[in-house]
Design a protein around this ligand. Sequence first.
Ligand SMILES: NC(=O)c1ccc[n+]([C@@H]2O[C@H](COP(=O)([O-])OP(=O)(O)OC[C@H]3O[C@@H](n4cnc5c(N)ncnc54)[C@H](OP(=O)(O)O)[C@@H]3O)[C@@H](O)[C@H]2O)c1
Length: 263
Amino acid sequence: MDLGLTGKTALVAASSQGMGKAVAMGLAREGVRVAICARGRERLEATAEEIRNETQVDVFAQTADLSKVDDITRLVQAAREHFGHIDILVCNAGGPPPGNFLDFDDSAWQAAFELNLASAIRLCRAVVSDMKARGWGRIITITSMSVKQPIPGLILSNVMRAGVNGMVKTLADELAPYGITVNNVMPGSILTQRIVSLAEHREEEANTTTEEILDHIAQEIPMKRLGNPEEFANVVVFLASERASYVTGTAIQVDGGRIRSAW
Ligand SMILES: NC(=O)c1ccc[n+]([C@@H]2O[C@H](COP(=O)([O-])OP(=O)(O)OC[C@H]3O[C@@H](n4cnc5c(N)ncnc54)[C@H](OP(=O)(O)O)[C@@H]3O)[C@@H](O)[C@H]2O)c1
């Protein structure tokens, strides 16, 4: 299938490693010029170089902390100046800290809001007018399967992801007449640094090892394994493509069948 993506431009947020990087690489393999960002410069530049070397596409990289409004403004401005416009926006960010309800005060809730919900709102706001004027756009958010089934011990994430999904559903309705699709992709357990860090956090309290925790998670998944970032990215790349032109307002889990509910 020709995805019809050659020559498009994309901004993939939080993309120096993990799923964001896999999405940027996946888009670049389809001929998309990609802007990537992260806080840490060294890994970001190494990733940009890796994508350039493998795909020969133009990669624009800029450090940004997505929990900071000014960084987002600067990032989108610079990416737009570099490419002329942004066709595809992939909203992603780091995950908030694990913990239960009574572990968090207002400042922790505010920080999770800035990182995971406000960043998506701000990124969308920065690109939507341009997409409307051009009559074409793709917005894809990376959230979590917790939108469908909240995960114990991840209350900050559970709440913010649900907010992002609400925004996606509303925006999809509002932007459909302008040729812009808006979809949410929900990872289950994808083998990245984030899931390893969460397992390390549980290691001590569960009196076990990271490997055993990851293996235990795998046993809860019908496919009996964690996903890899490329498997996740393939779904995002399809949604970003011309071929997904009639898909909007969806929330798609990429979880190896882990969520058992029919909806
Ligand atoms: N992996 C899973 O199974 C899974 C499941 C459900 C949901 N999720 C969520 O999906 C998202 C991506 O996860 P991942 O597994 O790909 O994580 P990851 O491998 O840890 O990668 C996170 C990426 O985001 C960047 N980042 C983190 N905080 C940032 C910030 N404030 N501003 C800009 N960039 C930032 C990191 O670079 P810097 O550190 O240099 O900034 C890195 O490039 C997270 O929100 C995670 O909670 C993951």
